[in-house]
Ligand binder design. Sequence first.
Ligand code: C2E
Ligand code: CA
Ligand code: CA
Length: 607
Amino acid sequence: MREAGSASSREWFRVLAESSRDIVLVRDVDGVLSYCSPAVWASLGHRPEDLEGTNERELIHPVDLQIRDALISQLLNTKVAQPAAELRLRTKSGEWRWFETIDTNCLENPAVQGIVTNARDVTERKAAEVELIELSLHDALTGLPNRLLVMDRLTIALARAVRANDLVAVMFCDLDAFKVVNDSIGHEGGDRVLVEIARRFTQALRHCDTVARTGGDEFVVVCEGLSSVEDATAVAAHIRAVVEEPIAFDDFEASISVSIGIVTVVGFEAETADPMILLRNADAAMYRAKQGGKARWALFDEALINAATHRRELEPELRRALEAHEFVLHYQPVYDLTDDTIVGVEALLRWDNPTRGLLPPDDFIGLAEETGLIVPIGIWVLAESCAQMRRWDRELSWPGWISVNLSARQLAEPGLASAINEILAASDLRPELLRLELTETALLRAGHSAAVELAAVRGLGVHIGMDDFGTGYATLTNLQQLPIDFLKIDRSFVITLKHGANARDHGNAIVAAIAQIGQTLDLETIAEGVETEEQAELLREFGCPFGQGFQFARPAPSHEITRLLTRPNGLPLARNGAHPFPGSSTERVLCPTAGYQRRGHPEPAVD
Ligand code: C2E
Ligand code: CA
Ligand code: CA
């Protein structure tokens, strides 16, 4: 460029280059700089004359050199202007700044005789972009990676696992009952808890692991470089332990547990593993952990896929089921074991799903609790039960009671007592005719406000009982302190009752002890799931006054119960094991063991 070309066009080029705030560089085919515009001084701190004669490679970030070389060789081959590129140039003080470059091939232009590079400083824009990307990949509250980023990390981890032939684990972690925390300490408090939990997750994991917050109270963990499934479960156990340590702030305390679903992939599978499917499977395993009683981890297995699909399909349906009047109640009579009369009925919820048939509560109550739908559903159950009880009371003058199952979630909802009061008034039912059953675990975990609510309900005259007694950790002291009137002995104990078993035999001893406790504490005891006459006899022997179970009657629609209540002694079964509802085989009676049953399906034989 120095001597070739006409002086005027050379001058024109120089004026153009020097008046620009962009850097203008001219280089030869090898990269040796023949011209640098004065802007290199302002932008990079180099004097133009110091750079001229050197190779531009010394200015360019090593990582960007490859792209630079590719672009230049393309430019030389095609002679057309190349699209803008971005690369980093070194300042005099050794920092890197980002430039957007445009190259023009002027090798044959006599006034230039080189490749002209126009470089504009875009460092600020680049920083903003990086920040934006960071933001879009992270959760604003906790600063943890978000779903997008963790999926990306998972993809990279899988590729690495193929090479290293080790194991990757994906864990779907969902805090248990976080809604309750939010409800009790407000969203701001909830946020503080989440930030603390996020910190604990990070602390519990190694540097190469990733933890992301993927939803309200959902976290996803990706662990790489593991050697066995046991490594993964050990990490899960560790996460559980750190999350479950009590959280104490100045103004409140919280204690949180977490349910974890784990899926692992070994190197050779990682090649074909789909990150989305892995995450979905971990989610399914997490759901299994929740169903297993929360605060635990579960490993994914193929059988879970079906359950997960089932559940996803079910949720929107469940949402509209209430409006569509698809819920129905069946009632199971409770008998006085001494004279075989019906003393009460337990209302048991079923979902008459238009495509799946009659679904048992175990198929949807868990989902209803998680989604909070159990609250309006529970209100419906109460209203329907009270209305039905009022009809039996008025039309048959039946002196019994109706018992309704309540989930822990309903107890956590404020205003339960006033809702029940309204329902009683609306159905004109005397409170003494209504009973509520809460599981042992629900009663024991009930916080202060729930206990107050429960006491208020009991204050109305409604009787409260402990369901599934024996499966939790209630102590005698608990039993004395809780505002309860009756105990239901869990079916798992009743099932083990056996004649001739010695006194230390587990089942017999437990049932006898519970019956004894009931008498001592003046709590009525009701045995659930009585399936044989032998069990009924032993219950009488041990002093348990009441029982319900297939031995006496299965849960059935109200009209069946009406028929039963109008029989002389309310006991159609006699002792011959005949089915209490002989005509019901094509009616909507639930099969207790099968998942659910289509309408009109014959009920399997019992006994
Ligand atoms: P649960 O309260 O322990 O109800 C007793 C369950 O045992 C019922 O199952 C009943 O059909 C079944 N059962 C009764 N006798 C026998 C027997 O002799 N043998 C066997 N194997 N089973 C017997 P179901 O109706 O499927 O209800 C399951 C659970 O769903 C209930 O257990 C209760 O926890 C829950 N649930 C039912 N209705 C409601 C409701 O309205 N609200 C809430 N929150 N939960 C409900
Ligand atoms: Ca119950
Ligand atoms: Ca029960």
